[in-house]
Design a protein around this ligand. Structure first.
Ligand SMILES: Cc1cc2nc3c(=O)[nH]c(=O)nc-3n(C[C@H](O)[C@H](O)[C@H](O)COP(=O)(O)OP(=O)(O)OC[C@H]3O[C@@H](n4cnc5c(N)ncnc54)[C@H](O)[C@@H]3O)c2cc1C
Length: 402
């Protein structure tokens, strides 16, 4: 993938030194690989392998750790599924309050259309709509201002991000917003400060960005529900794939390339469900990216395996598609907590109950998720071990340790 090849030389010390700077739309100091990682077009393993192909583990440590944040968040949400449910419930309740609370609704409209009068915040709101992307630091400042200065419900902000970020990811997004709000690391919040914003937006085309009138403190939010951890129940691996099966590609696994399939499928089914990200309308860039990734992924897989490709549209029945083909088994990548699972699961559940649904997890997820029980530190400690276990850049790591 050309974006990966282009950015690999920068994954070392340059990334560590420059990654916190928000350089706006054209910024080349961060990889901007998140849309493709989210869509499963490129895998975490491929990105890490690439980093260590050109940099020592020491030089690339910061970049490697960021990729592990993504794996960590997914594993954490998987073990605390009630967080996703609580987010959806609180968002729906907050949206239905709009009717009876025109003041909050007005503030929400100002915030999402970039008309609050806080220059930096308004700039990011517009940039998000125009590009489908925001720099990590901008996401942190934006979420902090949303929660602590504008005092809007955090779930509405998280929903706004999911509707407009091409990389919108149930785990990374929900848990990052919770982290800013003091709900992830209990009591620890993130306060956006004007001097910090000015310092790290100096290279922004409109920078340094001004942020007047921000809240001076960030008291942690609280919630009634305790999100208990459930044990991980990871499905068995690719060795359980039957001789004849259909391969299902979707928004979070749009390409067959990262799959390690022992033999080819008889059919490729592709299902894009971007509109299920939110009850509200999602951004055009988000929809186009998801629809195209899944469509191209389906066509490419069918060509590679020399088999037919069929689209499973929203509203169509999977059972009918399968009945036409006489196939009984579906193989797909593990469906983590989030809207893709919510959208597809009602039709997949009967297959899962019969043992006819085979979900594949990556070796990196299997090595990392058991450590994503509490804070990120537990994962940071084992990230190189997890890579060795998963066979990712094992030779480079060995050479470095020798
Ligand atoms: C409030 C908030 C909401 C966010 N929502 C999302 C989201 O919906 N989807 C999403 O993928 N990321 C989200 N992030 C994390 C992070 O901002 C993006 O992953 C990152 O900015 C993507 O840009 P990049 O590809 O250039 O990252 P790079 O800096 O180049 O990092 C490489 C890869 O590592 C991963 N990564 C980097 N930083 C983080 C991080 N802090 N947390 C998790 N993974 C990370 C991403 O997959 C990224 O593509 C959110 C962060 C915040 C603070």
């Amino acid at each position: 993938m050309s974006q990966l090849a282009r950015f690999t030389p920068n994954m070392g010390r340059r990334y560590a030194n420059r990654r916190n700077h928000d350089e706006g739309k054209a910024g080349g100091n961060v990889s901007r690989l998140s849309p493709w990682l989210h869509a499963g077009v490129v895998s975490e393993a491929e990105v890490l392998q690439s980093a260590l192909g050109q940099h020592s583990p020491e030089a690339a440590e910061k970049f490697i750790a960021e990729v592990f944040w993504r794996i960590y968040f997914k594993g954490y949400l998987e073990q605390r599924p009630s967080i996703w449910r609580a987010f959806c419930d609180q968002r729906d309740a907050a949206l239905s309050c709009f009717e009876s609370d025109p003041v909050t609704h007005g503030l929400f409209e100002q915030a999402t259309s970039g008309q609050t009068g806080i220059q930096a915040f308004d700039n990011w709101a517009r940039e998000l709509g125009e590009t489908g992307y925001l720099h990590n630091h901008a996401r942190m400042w934006f979420a902090s201002i949303w929660i602590f200065t504008l005092k809007l419900d955090w779930t509405l902000g998280a929903d706004f991000f999911l509707r407009h970020l091409i990389d919108g990811d149930a785990a990374s997004n929900t848990l990052s917003w919770r982290w800013i709000a003091g709900l992830h690391t209990k009591g620890k919040t993130y306060l956006a400060r004007p001097d910090n914003i000015a310092q790290y937006t100096q290279s922004h085309p409109d920078g340094p960005l001004l942020a007047r009138g921000l809240a001076q403190d960030a008291p942690p939010l609280t919630e009634p529900e305790k999100h208990a951890r459930r044990p991980l129940a990871l499905p068995p691996g690719a060795n359980t794939i039957p001789q004849t099966y259909a391969l299902l590609l979707h928004d979070e696994a749009a390409s067959h390339v990262p799959f390690d399939l022992p033999h080819p499928p008889a059919l490729v089914i592709s299902a894009a469900r971007p509109d299920d990200r939110s009850p509200r309308q999602i951004g055009g860039l988000v929809r186009d990216f998801a629809m195209q990734s899944v469509q191209h992924g389906g066509e490419a897989a069918a060509e590679t395996f020399g088999c037919p490709h069929v689209g499973w549209q929203s509203g169509n029945s999977l059972a009918n598609i399968l009945a036409d083909t006489k196939l009984n088994h579906i193989v797909t990548s593990y469906l983590p907590m989030g809207w893709t699972r919510d959208a597809l699961w009602p039709e997949l559940a009967p297959l899962a109950d019969k043992g006819s649904l085979i979900q594949l997890t990556s070796a990196l997820e299997r090595a990392t998720w058991p450590h994503a029980k509490a804070g990120f530190f537990g994962v940071k400690k084992i990230m190189y071990k997890a890579m060795r276990e998963a066979g990712v850049a094992a030779r480079q790591l060995e050479l470095f340790e020798a």
